[in-house]
Design a protein around this ligand. Sequence first.
Ligand SMILES: NC(=O)c1ccc[n+]([C@@H]2O[C@H](COP(=O)([O-])OP(=O)(O)OC[C@H]3O[C@@H](n4cnc5c(N)ncnc54)[C@H](O)[C@@H]3O)[C@@H](O)[C@H]2O)c1
Length: 264
Amino acid sequence: MDLGLAGRRALVTGAGSGIGRAIALALAAEGVAVAVNDVDAAGVQATVAMAREAGAQACAAVFDISSLEAVQDGVAAAAQKCGGSIDVLVNNAAVLAAHAPFLETDPADWRREIDVILIGTLNCARAVLPGMVAAGGGKIVNVVTDAARVGQEREVTYSAAKGGVISFTRSIAREVGPAGVNVNAVSPAATNSPMRQKALAAIEAKIGAERLAEREVKVRRAYPMRRIGEPEDIAATVVFLCSAPARHITGQILSVNGGYAMVG
Ligand SMILES: NC(=O)c1ccc[n+]([C@@H]2O[C@H](COP(=O)([O-])OP(=O)(O)OC[C@H]3O[C@@H](n4cnc5c(N)ncnc54)[C@H](O)[C@@H]3O)[C@@H](O)[C@H]2O)c1
């Protein structure tokens, strides 16, 4: 199947590690010029180097998505480096500031999660949509989480911020569909990435290695496919949603989760 992606220009946020890096590399492998965003400059350089080693076109886009001014400057610079306006946006960057019961969380952490996850997504959409609408089309994919679809203790405010992104996905898809812009969300459940490794390390510090290993066996039982996702599982779905054959899909929230949650 020809995905029709060659020659496109994408911005992938949070692509200095984990799922975002896998998405950037998967798009690059399809001939997309990728602007690699993250606040972690070393992570960005590593992703750019990997893409270039594979013969793809990639550039660094180091900026903080929670600042609209930084995003507008960063998107303009990325468009210049990529040779034209951004026609694919993947909103992937996120922070899980605390893994704790809500009543034990710090309001400063709620604010940080909402600023990066929800406001960051709005900022990036605001910066790229005028160019997409003017060009008569574009693709936006937001990476959300099954935690927001079915509920998740100890990730209450992170889930709330992602719930906002889910609502934004549906409403903005209605607004910009007539201009030829598709907006969808991909919803992972547990996926092997630095974010998950960090959460597991915090749990291990509390309960010890042996109980963590038992917990991991139980976690896999909740997944009909009996495995935890890999970043490449998420990336493959994002690439499809950015492709020409996916032109009739918009406003959808697609879980890529080994069957963990089956939400209608
Ligand atoms: N790993 C999982 O189990 C899992 C499950 C469900 C959803 N997700 C979602 O997948 C996406 C990717 O997560 P991951 O697991 O690869 O995590 P990760 O922590 O490895 O990657 C997130 C990246 O976002 C970057 N980032 C944070 N704040 C930023 C900011 N203000 N501006 C720009 N970049 C910023 C970080 O530096 C980091 O490189 C996130 O949206 C996350 O919520 C992950």
